[in-house]
Design a protein around this ligand. Structure first.
Ligand SMILES: Cc1cc2nc3c(=O)[nH]c(=O)nc-3n(C[C@H](O)[C@H](O)[C@H](O)COP(=O)(O)OP(=O)(O)OC[C@H]3O[C@@H](n4cnc5c(N)ncnc54)[C@H](O)[C@@H]3O)c2cc1C
Length: 407
């Protein structure tokens, strides 16, 4: 069933699931977490077990966005965890934010995308670059899930190179006139507001808040995705949209503004991908101990142990990377290349682990009885969005050599 035909998810099938997940923590990194961080993770793990695991296979299989999840995410504190409490956010540190992303993506990357976009790409720019009136108008409703937002940067002909964007606005005296189109926008068909990046008449990039229902603004769905099937993706089309002047984000302009948002989101993705990797690993570990071939559990064979040991090692290294970048985020010292390394590495190890762990499950690995194939398909998008795998490599190349090879 196509997403457009059932976005309310009224007939979603719930499975009875006993969550047997055991989180890998070989280097006792839990000892480095505060009680608050562990509490945040525990409550999110519980939430995912109750609200995401029972429905996600049906949603992914039939391409249904479970719209009820928006309010539930608001209730559990998944929206704007690092936004100050006075605006409805969680007032938490960046490691807590990362752990929330990890837990949600242990359930599903598409569900994590909903929360990442709302927190890092909608609430963050309104908080950082908006004025007090904009913060008060939007942030509390975004935090509770009363409103859902989306982030429009990518265009049909400008993906890796957003500086070439064609979306533009003109100053008409009492309002701005917005024209252009955005592509591949998470949440857009159901979003109440869009934070849109567009050029003014001087070619300077600014953020504008565009509200659903403004004349000339539409957000059609993109169909036929084989990845992130439980998340809704669409376009944003602006045909002479009159945007009130008070909807321009006043406190930062230029490409650096959306890039700051992407840094925050990419950091969260580094943790999220870990969640998917941990779920694949633990599913395969449990399966290998139970599955008998040649009169023995397959876990007793050296080649299975090699796969598991390598996955365990990569997960442990990736955990160290995300935790260290998280501490640097808290101290205001994390740089874009550090975040690129964490996002790039962790998504790569996650997709490799998904492929290896899928093999441990043999034929069962390709079915929706187990989550691995779904994680693997989801991670193909995660590898591409928020800066492709290769673009992050080139960001690191630029850091090392001082030469930007992507230009
Ligand atoms: C499911 C999904 C959700 C998304 N959600 C959002 C969203 O909410 N908001 C938003 O704004 N965008 C979103 N995106 C867009 C995403 O960020 C872009 O797809 C991504 O930045 C790549 O752009 P592109 O698809 O146009 O690929 P292109 O930029 O056309 O790249 C194609 C290939 O060329 C390579 N390439 C490009 N330039 C270079 C270079 N200089 N050197 C070497 N290789 C290069 C790339 O690495 C890639 O392999 C989403 C995408 C997906 C798939």
């Amino acid at each position: 069933m196509a997403i457009s035909e059932n976005i309310n998810g009224s007939d979603i099938k719930r499975r009875n699931i006993t969550d047997e997940f055991v989180s890998p923590d070989f280097l006792k990194l839990d000892d480095l977490l505060t009680d608050e961080q562990k509490l945040v993770r525990a409550s999110m793990r519980d939430f995912v077990a109750k609200e995401i695991l029972p429905i996600i296979e049906d949603c992914a299989e039939r391409c249904i966005f479970p719209q009820d999840i928006i309010k539930k995410f608001g209730d559990v504190g998944a929206f704007g965890p690092s936004i100050p409490t006075e605006y409805g956010g969680g007032g938490l540190d960046y490691v807590s934010y990362g752990l929330i992303m990890q837990e949600i993506e242990r359930g599903d990357s598409g569900m994590r995308s909903v929360a990442s976009v709302q927190s890092s790409l909608v609430m963050y720019p309104i908080y950082k670059f908006g004025n007090e009136a904009q913060r008060k108008k939007y942030l509390p409703k975004l935090a509770t899930g009363e409103m859902l937002g989306c982030f429009g940067l990518t265009e049909p002909n400008h993906g890796s190179n957003p500086s070439g964007m064609l979306t533009n606005f003109k100053d008409m005296g009492d309002h701005y006139l917005l024209n252009g189109a955005k592509m591949w926008i998470t949440n857009s068909p159901v979003a109440d507001i869009a934070v849109v990046w567009a050029k003014n008449e001087e070619g300077r990039i600014h953020g504008l808040i565009v509200e659903r229902g403004m004349e000339g603004f539409t957000a059609p769905i993109i169909h036929n995705k084989w990845s992130l099937r439980a998340s809704i993706t669409g376009e944003l089309v602006f045909d002479n949209v009159k945007v009130p002047k008070e909807n321009l984000l006043p406190n930062k302009s230029g490409l650096g503004a959306p890039m700051m948002c992407l840094d925050s989101a990419r950091y969260g993705i580094s943790w999220g991908a870990l969640g998917a990797a941990m779920d694949c690993f633990d599913t395969a570990r449990r399966y290998a101990l139970q599955r008998i071939q040649f009169e023995k559990p397959i876990a007793s064979f050296q080649l299975i142990q090699k796969k598991l040991a390598e996955a365990y090692t990569e997960i442990t290294k990736a955990q160290l990377l995300s935790l260290r970048v998280g501490d640097l985020m808290n101290e205001g010292k994390a740089t874009t290349p550090m975040i690129s390394m964490a996002k790039r590495n962790n998504v790569e190890i996650a997709i490799n682990i998904a492929r290896e762990m899928r093999q441990i499950l043999g034929g069962m690995g390709i079915t929706g009885e187990y989550p691995i194939m779904r994680h693997m398909m989801n991670l193909e998008s995660v590898l591409t969005y928020e800066g492709t795998h290769d673009i992050h490599l080139l960001i690191l190349g630029n850091e090392i050599t001082g030469i930007p090879a992507f230009k």
